[in-house]
Design a protein around this ligand. Sequence first.
Ligand SMILES: [Zn+2]
Length: 317
Amino acid sequence: MLTVIASLMLAACGGQAKESAQAESSGPHGQAAPKVEFSADSAYSYVERQVAFGPRVPNTDAHRKAGDWLASELRRHGAAVKEQKMTLTAFDGTKLQARNVFGSFNPQAGERLLLVAHWDCRPWADADPDPEKRTLPVDGANDGASGVSVLLETARLLGSNSPAMGVDILFVDAEDWGTDGDEDSWALGARHFVENPVVEGYLPSSVIVLDMVGGTDARFPREYFSQQSAPALLGRFYAAAAASGYADMFPDEMGGAVTDDHLQFIKAGIPAIDIIDYRDGFHPAWHTSGDTMDCIDRKTLKAVGQTLINFLFPPEN
Ligand SMILES: [Zn+2]
């Protein structure tokens, strides 16, 4: 049973919009130049910024401050922001003061693509090789912050480039306060979002979840439930990865079956895919004290982020 979520964001002190949003260079391996350039440096700094709050574990000050910052970043990039604040009950009875942060771009568009990452951190590094560290919270640089950071950089680009469809970004809380053997203990924030529409009648036509998308030596084979739920959407995403020069990191093969936020949407009948690093399991630092900036690689953030941006803004040739 695997669960992962990533949400991070980090802005270089509000001034990270230095790069032109327009592509100036060709892509890797001589690919067509992207229409819109995803900045790995901006995404990386968004990871750093989240980690600097401390572990974003519900009911902590770091969590409250990071939640406020996420909402303000989306607003700064021009999104119409709504927040869901709710009390969720974890499997162990803990009442979690939780928050989902939702931002809309091009809100008039009928067809809506929802991009999701979890922004909370696991409260315990229970996979740590050192038993003494297993009760400590996880920094969540990859598991949490990486997905958020790719979506914050995407939000920055959506602020100055209009996609054809409506795009919404959702940072879900309380993904990672779960326990092995109880599938329903994970993804509490995503479940709340599905059961309580943030805007009346809101229904995305499809969902892309990013989780653990910044790790060193990452690989993104097709996740099993994603393939079952939305083979066409998944195929288009992998085609965008290959056309962007990232076929090595996005091999066209099946990976694991992962319990993650996407399942909450799939259960509600909404096509959803999970883009998640999976080798013979997750990144070695998963749910350990090692999930720090040391396991973040700009190349991975770039591959996932540029693929997503090229999916939203297809290069012309
Ligand atoms: Zn996790």
